[in-house]
Design a protein around this ligand. Structure first.
Ligand SMILES: [Fe+2]
Ligand SMILES: [Fe+2]
Length: 171
């Protein structure tokens, strides 16, 4: 199909985003299992529940546009998830693995934030303020998740991972 207007672009990106969110709901259970720190596990569990809500909001946006919720395979998200999976196949100290999981998860959050930010702005420009607000709600939750992961990394997980390095130097 040709994309002749901002509205067409909005719909195309919406389909891509629905695919991205659905991929995340499949990846998160594996990340929960792979995580070592209970705080990280619960952060991922919490985000899985929120992600299900993100999918519902996207379906709501499709409905507002009078469209069926359709997916367009998001290659960007597939790539991020594949990279994360590859990394997890490596033998790693548990705390280092947690640091790697946070880094992978933050890439996912930033990707989502970029798309939600763009779509929110398109909706504003197209004069659909309610849709813009729906997208903003998810954007805010993605931002919160990202900040929570930064906190977990800076105050706990990365410090433990750095300790694993020290132990390796000492032994
Ligand atoms: Fe999301
Ligand atoms: Fe997310």
């Amino acid at each position: 199909m040709s994309i002749d207007s901002l509205n067409d672009l909005f719909v195309e990106e919406l389909k891509d985003l629905l695919s991205a969110e659905k991929q995340i709901t499949k990846a998160l259970p594996k990340m929960i299992k792979a995580a070592n720190s209970p705080e990280l596990q619960s952060a991922f569990e919490e985000h899985l529940a929120l992600t299900e809500g993100h999918i519902e909001r996207l379906e709501q946006v499709f409905e507002r546009l009078g469209l069926a919720p359709e997916e367009k395979p998001c290659k960007g998200m597939a790539g991020l998830i594949e990279e994360g999976n590859e990394l997890l196949k490596e033998a790693m100290a548990p705390s280092v693995k947690d640091a790697a999981l946070i880094s992978a998860a933050q890439r996912v959050e930033h990707y989502e934030m970029a798309v939600y930010g763009s779509l929110r702005t398109y909706a504003q420009l197209l004069g659909d303020i309610e849709t813009a607000q729906i997208l903003q709600s998810t954007l805010d939750e993605e931002g919160d998740a990202d900040r929570k992961l930064t906190q977990l990394a800076e105050f706990s997980v990365n410090l433990q991972a750095a300790e694993a390095d020290m132990e390796e130097v000492e032994s």
